[in-house]
Each structure stands twice: as structure tokens, then as C-alpha cells.
Write a protein that binds this ligand. Structure first.
Ligand code: RUQ
Ligand code: CUA
Ligand code: CA
Length: 643
């Protein structure tokens, strides 16, 4: 790679480390990397940018991260929680973790997966136990209105079990989870930003989900590798029901949506649909696959669909073969270098940018030209590619500053490269003097996702850029073999990027969004009426028996529960309902039952319930597990189970 000439060369230790990492990382990608080198060696190289410099005097106006005690952050960050299957809420620029919202995996603080209410959202087996207790969340995005976040919802995916969770951004809770039918390896996720047909609907009503793994359809025990397929799924943003699916070629990686609501896309690897590693690498180029949303929905309405297996979801045919006529096509396969990664929509609404991953390039696709192709006015679909330029090794994801610049992570180079989209288009069109690479900065180490403040909205403000580095190596105190990941914050307000902070984070967050705090209006106390089981008056407390079924109703008001004791008989099926009648902000109580595997919290004016069999006789001190009052330790009640 000749574009390496633009890499900083002053620090030899940093170089040594890079070399080591690059070699190790490349070892796993030998075929692809070799192919890239061969293919690109004769190509024009990216103009060299000056080495990333340390912050200088000219940059004294850099965004700072330090907040004085009591000072509030100016941005929210919503972070995918990775294997803990939750969504993490950060304050930025400080990087302080403010909240973890459990979704896919049980959580012992709030009792997620313990209370009946949370189990219902998570999904249970016929015996009442949780269907799943593992998760792998990668991507998180929020609902839009007028091209900016509207503070209603965020969504997050679980790749392992093909689940999508919705977060209510008023209470910061997960309120619905849907498992997608007919797919495995659900990966990319993106809400639409407008309706493709009705201009009055200028907000999110759909969420698109790309599935990575191809599987037999229906996946019911027959294994014929030549028939594996993947699907692209549309989920209703309000009902969270699956609206429709599209049968496609290739494996979906990431998803993007246009600001006008007309197009969604996923970048596809393994377009040749190989089952083995070698087969997956065989074709020269893969695709950025576009979906014509209005046409797909018209086809569904006209009954032009099938269903698969036991699922009732309409499935339309979006395979390459069935969509050769542009004027009726539901999908369009724009070619991109093979095995691409992230696809991101520029904030001016004009372009989708696919990162090359195995190819050292970024591909810029002009959305207006894709629409022209669908109208039968563009002869060659690939004429929608307005730039394919070299930016560095291992490009993965792209963010924007709202000033025409794109920022792409380079996994193998351990860098973020800043490049100008218009200049790249000029360069691609033949103006070899156009310098599109503006700046590079080393990051520590091996970055995956990145995102800038407001990046994927029309209000991209170009202040902060966060980078999720997959390896932290020597950046933190050693804590044994498992290393934290390194989330780095970079100031992008000036010409040069300036590294501001390192933050260790538990694996593996993948994706995140950063937006202005004014866009959310969180509520800090629930309303009793939100909960059908609410016990509105402590006088309603008591033990209510119906044969072996027993309901225990209780309220909490610091520092006491409304029942000092409650009696059960061994073998009873008990449902305990607890309403927190405290109305004051920040007055949460907990409820734990020793030896019964029960612990959950009730926030102000919240009601939660648990159901269990009273199978162990004895006296059990149920106690408040959330510090609430000077007499918190005394806040207890006795559960007496008679033998
Ligand atoms: S992927 S490191 Cu799961 Cu978002 Cu690109
Ligand atoms: Cu109530 Cu502690
Ligand atoms: Ca790691």
C-alpha cells in the first residue's frame, strides 16, 4: 500500500506495535489482503496527508472532555452493550456511563428476567422460564423526525437469536422485543427517516433489519447448501410486528436508509452465496443492495408474495435474477469491492458510502442515480458509483461532520482517516490533483465502529468523534487475560483530529450514536396508571388466596413495606406484586427474597411482580436492596412459609 507513506513515522515504538498488530490481523485475512494488494498496486494512490500532529497552540480551542463536579454533559451517547445484551447510556464528552438498559440478557440490578413484566418482554418457554439468556448486540439507532432524532425510541439488535429490542427514550426502558422469522445472524439495523410515499409522514415508522447468515428456507431439517438464502426484514416501528421480508442474494452486513424514505440498503458480502470460506471469497465484487421500499410494499399489497414455513410474514422476491428490469425491480445490486463492511448515509442526504474492508477503498454511491435507474433512466446501475477511492487498510465504518468530510475507521492501519467526499468524487472523475485525504490519526488499536456527534442526522455538527477500538493492549492497567476495549474520543472541530480521551469499556459495544441532550426529555418518575397491577393504596395490601394460588400485594414507602410479614404454605404458587408509592425522584426500592432467587427494584410509582413456588419452608427476611433512607437496612418484611 503506497498510501502508507502518509502514515506517521516518527514514533518507532508505535510503529513496532502497529506492525505486530497488522501482521497478526492480516494473518487471518491472508487471501483477501493478498487480493487487495495485487489488485490495487497499480491503481492511483490516495494523496498523502501530513502526519497526525499532537495538539498545537492553534488548536487550543479543542473541545474538552473534563467536566467540573456537578457539571452535566452536553451529549447523550447510546451504546450497544455487546454480550451483556443491554444498551449503555453515556454522557459525552465526559464518557461517564449513566445507565445500562437491559434488553436481551437478565440483569440483577433491576430484576430484568426476574419480574413477570420483564419476562413477558424477553419471552418465555411454556414452563415460564426465559427463552434466552444470552445476547450479542451490535447496532443501535434511534427514531427520526425531519432528519433528526425525535427522542421517541431507539432499537438494538441481538445477532445470536435474531431479536430486535425497542427502547423507550422517555423512561430509558426496553418495552418490546421481536424475534425475526426465517433468518439467522441478524446484524444491520436502521430505522427509516420518512415514508417513501406519504410526505406527511416525515418520521420513522419502519425499522429495517439485515440478516447475515444464509439458511435453508424453511429451516426445518433439510440441508442443501445450494438453497441457502438470507432475508431483509421490515419491522413496524410502533407495533414491532414484522411487516415483510425480502428474499435476497448474499449476506447482509450493515444497513442504511435515505432521508426521503425511498431507499434502504445493505452491503452484501458473499454475493456468490458460498457455504465454505473459500467459496465466500470467490467473486471479484460484492454488492451494496438497494431496496425500493414503495415498490416492495406495493408488491406485498398486491399479494405478490410467498410465506416461508410456519411464518405468516409476506416474503417478496428480491433476488438478482428476478429483478433485472429496472422499471419493475424491487432491488438493485450496485457492485462494490468484495467483502465490504459498513454502509453509511451522508448527512446531506446524497450518498451512501460503503467501506471496503478487504479493499482499501471507500465507494460513494449517488442515491439520485439509483433512483434514476429504478425509473429506467440510467442505463448502467454501476454508474451510480461516483467515487471509489483508496483511503487505507481495512476500512470499516464511516461518520460525518456536516462539513462535507467523512471519517472512516481503518482496522488494519489502526487509524481514522478523514477524507472529503466532494474531493473524492472529483478525483474519481479524473482530477488527479484533488486531495481528498485530509487527515489521519492513529487510534489504539484496531478500530471497528466510529460515530460523530449527530453524524447520521441532518444536524451533523462535527464536534466529537468516538471510536470503538477492539483491542486496548497496553492502554490500561493490566487486569488479566481479558482486555477492555478502548473507546476513544476525538475532537473533530478543527482541521486536524485531536485525541481527547481513552475509556475502557466491557466488550463488545460495536456501534453507538451521539446526539445533543436537548433531543431527549426523560421522565424521572413513573405514573401509577402505567401499570395495570398497581396497588394505589397501602390499604389494598394483603395475602389473597385462591386454592394454591396466592397473590401478595404490597407497597413500599421509605423506609417500610406495607406488610411487616406475610404467610404462605409450602407448595403455594405465589405472585407478589409490589408498587413503590414514593413519588420523589431518585427514590428507588429493591426487593430480595433470600434463597428464592428473587431480587428486583421498583422505581418511584412503578409496579413490578414476581411469581414463584414457595417450595422452601421457613422464615425469609425480604429486604430492600436499594439504598433509600437512613433506615434502609431496617426496610424489611418477613416471608413465612409454613411446612
Ligand atoms: S459490525 S466493526 Cu457488527 Cu457493526 Cu462493523
Ligand atoms: Cu427501601 Cu432501601
Ligand atoms: Ca477486544
Amino acid at each position: 500500500m503506497k498510501s502508507d507513506s502518509s502514515l506517521p513515522s516518527k514514533d518507532t515504538t508505535a510503529w513496532g506495535r502497529r506492525r505486530f498488530l497488522n501482521t497478526a490481523a492480516l494473518a487471518g485475512l491472508t487471501m483477501g489482503a493478498a487480493a487487495c494488494t495485487e489488485k490495487e498496486s497499480g491503481a492511483a494512490n490516495a494523496p498523502a496527508a501530513a502526519p497526525a500532529a499532537a495538539p498545537d497552540a492553534a488548536h487550543s480551542g479543542a473541545n474538552a472532555t473534563h467536566l467540573k463536579p456537578g457539571e452535566l454533559d452536553t451529549y447523550y451517547g447510546l451504546w450497544s452493550g455487546g454480550h451483556t445484551g443491554d444498551m449503555r447510556v453515556l454522557g459525552l464528552p465526559s464518557g461517564r456511563e449513566l445507565m445500562r438498559i437491559p434488553c436481551f440478557v437478565p440483569d440483577a440490578l433491576v430484576g430484568w428476567g426476574i419480574t413477570n413484566e420483564s419476562k413477558k418482554i424477553m419471552g418465555t418457554k411454556p414452563d415460564g422460564s426465559l427463552r434466552y439468556t444470552v445476547g450479542d448486540s451490535h447496532h443501535t439507532h434511534a427514531s427520526y423526525k425531519d432528519g433528526n432524532y425525535d427522542g421517541r425510541y431507539a432499537w438494538i439488535n441481538d445477532k445470536i437469536n435474531a431479536r430486535i429490542a425497542r427502547i423507550r427514550l422517555d423512561y430509558f426502558i426496553c418495552d418490546k422485543i421481536t424475534q425475526l422469522p426465517n433468518v439467522q445472524g441478524f446484524h444491520g439495523i436502521f430505522p427509516d427517516k420518512a415514508d417513501p410515499v406519504d410526505p406527511a409522514i416525515n418520521y420513522t415508522t419502519r425499522v429495517f433489519c439485515g440478516a447475515e447468515f444464509s439458511i435453508p428456507l424453511p429451516n426445518a431439517g433439510l440441508d442443501d447448501g445450494s438453497k441457502y438464502r438470507s432475508m431483509f426484514t421490515c419491522v413496524d416501528a410502533e407495533s414491532m410486528e414484522v411487516r415483510w421480508q425480502v428474499l435476497i442474494d448474499g449476506n447482509c452486513d450493515l444497513t442504511a436508509t435515505s432521508y426521503d424514505g425511498k431507499l434502504a440498503a445493505t452491503n452484501q458480502y458473499n454475493i456468490e452465496m458460498g457455504v465454505t470460506y473459500e467459496d465466500m471469497m470467490s467473486s471479484e465484487r460484492d454488492a451494496c443492495l438497494f431496496f425500493n421500499i414503495a415498490r416492495i410494499e406495493a408488491a406485498v399489497k398486491a399479494g405478490k408474495f410467498k410465506t416461508v414455513g410456519t411464518s405468516k410474514v409476506p416474503v417478496v422476491d428480491g433476488t438478482h435474477e428476478a429483478n433485472q428490469d429496472p422499471t419493475t425491480a424491487l432491488t438493485a445490486y450496485v457492485s462494490v469491492p468484495k467483502n465490504p463492511h459498513g454502509v453509511n448515509a451522508s448527512p446531506d442526504g446524497k450518498y451512501f458510502i460503503c467501506a471496503g474492508k478487504l479493499s482499501p477503498t471507500a465507494t460513494v454511491i449517488d442515491l439520485s442515480k439509483v433512483l434514476e435507474w429504478f425509473d429506467g433512466k440510467l442505463e448502467k446501475l454501476d454508474a451510480s458509483i461516483v467515487a471509489e477511492v483508496e483511503i487505507g487498510l481495512g476500512p470499516l465504518h464511516t461518520a460525518f461532520d456536516g462539513r462535507g468530510n467523512a471519517y472512516t475507521t481503518l482496522f488494519l492501519d489502526s487509524q481514522v482517516v478523514k477524507w472529503n467526499v466532494d474531493a473524492a468524487i472529483k478525483f474519481h472523475a479524473g482530477d488527479k490533483a484533488a486531495k481528498y485525504v485530509v487527515d489521519r490519526i492513529d487510534v489504539q488499536y484496531q478500530p471497528g465502529h466510529l460515530n460523530a456527534s449527530q453524524s447520521e442526522t441532518k444536524a451533523a455538527d462535527g464536534k466529537y468523534l468516538a471510536v470503538g477500538c477492539k483491542f486496548s493492549k497496553d492502554r490500561f492497567l493490566p487486569v488479566g487475560p481479558l482486555h477492555a476495549e478502548n473507546e476513544q474520543l476525538i475532537d473533530i472541530s478543527g482541521d486536524k483530529m485531536v485525541l481527547l480521551a481513552d475509556h475502557p469499556v466491557r466488550g463488545e459495544p460495536h456501534d453507538f450514536i451521539i446526539f445533543k441532550r436537548e433531543l431527549l426529555q426523560p421522565k424521572q418518575v413513573y405514573s401509577l396508571d402505567d401499570f395495570p397491577l398497581a396497588i394505589k393504596d397501602p390499604k389494598e395490601s394483603g395475602v389473597f388466596r385462591d386454592g394454591k394460588k396466592v397473590t401478595v400485594k404490597m407497597t413500599s414507602q421509605a423506609p417500610a413495606f406495607s406488610l411487616r410479614e406475610f404467610k404462605l404454605k409450602k407448595g403455594d404458587e405465589v405472585t407478589l406484586i409490589l408498587t413503590n408509592l414514593d413519588k420523589i425522584e431518585d427514590l428507588t426500592h429493591g426487593f430480595a427474597i433470600p434463597n428464592y432467587n428473587v431480587n428486583f427494584i421498583v422505581n418511584p410509582q412503578e409496579t413490578a411482580s414476581v411469581t414463584f413456588i414457595a417450595d422452601q419452608p421457613g422464615v425469609f427476611w425480604c429486604y430492600c436492596t436499594h439504598f433509600c433512607h437512613a433506615l434502609h437496612l431496617e426496610m424489611r418484611t418477613r416471608m413465612i412459609v409454613e411446612a
